[in-house]
Design a binder for this molecule. Structure first.
Ligand code: PLP
Length: 397
């Protein structure tokens, strides 16, 4: 048999999905496990949005749409971005596709030539590193420590730039850390990007989930020059509990938006017509449900952080957005729990699932060894039980 694509064969399975699959299998086998691996809200899509999808089917909105998405949805994106982020785009600068994940891929496709370098701050969302490799670019990982609040500093960014650097990939608020950059922090990063004319792929999918009254700043809101170099990636999955509808959007300068739309037209053809109708209602209709979900996530975060920090051997810094927290395991490394020597985060996650019956995601897949990620997009009851189990597990019970 002839060799398969080297690029395709090098792609690694997503660690978040692998843990989720293992957890689902245990659950299917009747084992009482609790999962903290999933990256999706546990809420249902709000009724008015579901209704829009039902009506779309009933009114035969079941055909191809323009490759970049319907004008109605692109206008709704422009409205929402202006309202929430203070950035103005024209519908011709917006591309809709099957989820933000696909738009990150399209953004990279639009920018990258073989051998280009993309700067990727760690901890990073697992898919980024694979997506960068999938388009033939090289990820240049820049580590941000817990003491730095897991945030890229302008100094570290500057030090990582070479003549081959094409872009910076930034996720704000972050999966997996939950940290959010302030406007000042973003401005300092943007100054370096402008100096070196770097493009920025800014994945802001968690922008509506910001806590403690903190104000989110979009990368594209940092001035016209920065906006020209920014490809904003966003979507309806997290803000409106619409992960299965598969609608994301990107906003960029017209040239880049057109290139991305051309890719869509020859690959997926167009996004799902029915989902686009529902997404348009999500973005232009009442927004109160988003605030209800955000409030619930904030309460869970408060409970989670307080309890973790009261358990000997583990700790976590307080996330400011999204629905993830990184639990620090450094003090457990070298200890034996349930007869297992905890040598790293993978071993911990494996033992915790086997003996504690709790699924969390090892940090190594995010470029954050000795941490595990908990997603608190699950009920308060589950969070309480999960942390009770953590206590018992660490006590060897
Ligand atoms: C940082 C980040 N970007 C993008 C996505 C994917 O979003 P979508 O469902 O729109 O593809 C996720 C999902 O977990 C994510 O965490």
């Amino acid at each position: 048999m002839k060799e398969l694509s080297r690029i395709a064969e090098a792609v690694q399975a997503s660690t978040t999905m692998a843990i989720d699959a293992m957890f689902k299998q245990m659950k299917a086998d009747g084992i009482d496990v609790i999962g903290f691996g999933a990256g999706e809200p546990d809420f249902n899509t709000p009724d008015n949005i579901k209704q829009a999808g039902i009506e779309a089917i009933e009114h035969n909105v079941t055909r191809y749409t323009p490759a970049a998405g319907t004008v109605e949805l692109r206008q709704a994106v422009c409205h929402r971005m202006k309202e929430d982020c203070g950035v103005e785009y024209k519908p011709s600068q917006v591309v809709i596709s099957s989820g933000a994940k696909h738009l990150v891929y399209l953004a990279l496709r639009a920018l990258v030539n073989p051998g280009d370098e993309i700067i990727l701050p760690a901890p990073y969302w697992v898919s980024y590193i694979e997506l960068i490799r999938m388009v033939g670019a090289e990820p240049v990982v820049v580590h941000a420590t817990e003491a730095e609040q897991f945030k890229l500093t302008p100094e570290k960014l500057e030090a990582a730039i070479t003549p081959r650097t094409k872009a910076l990939m930034i996720n704000n608020p972050s999966n997996p850390t939950g940290m959010m950059y302030s406007r000042e922090e973003l401005e300092a990063i943007a100054a370096v990007c402008l100096k070196h004319e770097l493009y920025v792929i800014a994945d802001e999918i968690y922008y509506r989930l910001a806590y403690d009254g903190l104000k989110f700043t979009s990368f594209a809101a940092l001035g016209p020059e920065m906006r020209e170099l920014t490809i904003l990636v966003n979507g309806v999955s997290k803000s409106y509990a619409m992960t299965g509808w598969r609608i994301g959007y990107a906003c960029a300068n017209e040239k880049i938006a057109k290139i991305m739309a051309n890719y869509v037209s020859h690959s997926t053809g167009s996004p799902v017509a029915i989902s686009q109708k529902a997404a348009a209602v999500a973005l232009s209709g009442p927004q109160d449900q988003v605030d209800v979900m955000c409030k619930a996530f904030e309460e869970r975060r408060d409970y989670f952080v307080k309890r973790v920090n009261a358990i000997p051997g583990v700790s976590c810094i307080k996330p400011e957005g999204a629905f993830y927290a990184m639990m620090n395991l450094e003090q457990l490394i070298g200890k034996t729990i349930h007869g297992v020597e905890i040598t790293n985060d993978d071993v911990f996650a494996d033992a915790f699932l086997k003996y504690g019956l709790v699924a969390v995601v090892p940090g190594s897949g995010f470029g954050a060894p000795n941490f595990v990620r908990w997603s608190y997009a699950t009920s308060m009851e589950n969070i309480k039980e999960g942390l009770d189990r953590l206590e018992r597990f660490l006590a060897g019970e």
